[in-house]
Design a binder for this molecule. Sequence first.
Ligand SMILES: Nc1nc2c(ncn2[C@@H]2O[C@H](COP(=O)(O)OP(=O)(O)OP(=O)(O)O)[C@@H](O)[C@H]2O)c(=O)[nH]1
Ligand SMILES: [Mg+2]
Length: 456
Amino acid sequence: MNLIVSIIGKQNSGKSTLFNKLTKKRRALVSKDPGFTSDRQYLLRIWKKRKFIFIDTPSIYLINKKSKFNNQSIIAIEESHVILLVIRYESYGSLDNHLSIIAFLKRNKKNFFVILNLDDNFNKNYNFTDKIYFLGIDKICYLNFLKENNFKKIFKNILYPEHLSSFKESNKNNKVSSAIKNLTLNKIEMDKYPKIAIIGRPNSGKSTLMNCILRQNRSTVSNSPGTTKDVLYSLYSNKEKTYLFIDTAGLVKKKNFVHINKSVIKNTLNVIKKIDVSILVIDSCVGITKQDLFFLNYILKYNKSLIIAVNKLDLISKKNKKEIKEKIIKKISFFKFIKIHFISAICSFGINNLLYSIKATYKNKLLKFETSKLTRILRKATFNNQPPMLNGIRSKLKYAHPGGYNPLVIVIHGIKVISLPKNYISYLKKFFIKELNIIGTSLKIKFISSINPYSK
Ligand SMILES: Nc1nc2c(ncn2[C@@H]2O[C@H](COP(=O)(O)OP(=O)(O)OP(=O)(O)O)[C@@H](O)[C@H]2O)c(=O)[nH]1
Ligand SMILES: [Mg+2]
């Protein structure tokens, strides 16, 4: 049994603080900047053997259109059995600012409770309370978020199953299965699925791509850079497999950190270290920038599989398409093993091929190679291009065997192998990648020097 509870409210009302307290995690990024949360975050909390799925939401009102509701909050309201409307007590006027959302919840017969986030000036006798009852809200909980530690009373007084008939009905609809798909999983649960992260510069179309693949409005899309601020998870299943898709915040260089919260970038870079396959989204109107190359190298440094998705192809005229495609391919010609897809996330163009590549790249990661095959390839590589002479002596590469998978490590044994020059190592890497038909992933080569029995 799962009870889905969404936490809604105006900007800076304390939603993410409440979300973190109720889930006992520091999952949601909390910031003083109004409107910081831009997407829905889902977390599971088990309390007295009951399962609660909490949803943190962005501000209920759109920041620039104050009377309009945020679509992400509306989705959360529709998905939930219970809604906690957080109101920050600042002034007498604060309730008036919520009249339209209260009317909306009532009109739609939603099971909602008001959580009043108090400050030190609050006086219960003040006619604020009367006003609440006048509006017909009898389900109210007073809490000082900053001072109070006992958030259990929300479970006891509000969410306790006996209070809610909807709890018993919760499994009868498909709300639960869709909410479960969006849960932030713990490490053990996460490792059950191939992890695919969508990475790239701000505004390249990462969230649009995520929504297009999932066929749901999971991530907020907007034309102002820096929309996605936190890491978003969602399970995607096809006939064969379930994948965990991860949308991330747009990556910018360190010196531009001022515009985007540092922890946002840190979270994204940490995600890269844990994933299986990353899709680097490039805006075709901008082309490949230095920053893209930096992040491409960062992904490969951690030996993660990589696919490039050049997005917004619909914005390129037929005449320029060929030229732009050639330019991009040329810029990353060094990384021949990386698959490049030209797509339009908004028009769902090229998505099936991209999904096919994700599947193939992931499968490729799991391939196992025999010592005999690797040694055969090594011999071919040295026959085609001998190792260079160093101080009059030529290195001798004897045999190769796998030294680990995910990332693939090939261990080469031989004489004088430690001093092999970088360009020869790079030649060997490319040769193995080509012969093993590796897609989208790099490999590591380790050398072990055998002792020459004839040396003095
Ligand atoms: N024409 C066109 N526009 C697109 C496409 N994909 C995304 N966009 C637009 O590009 C803008 C940014 O899209 P988002 O999906 O929010 O980009 P993002 O990479 O997630 O941005 P951040 O979260 O800010 O890093 C929005 O206005 C989208 O509508 C596409 O394929 N074609
Ligand atoms: Mg985004």
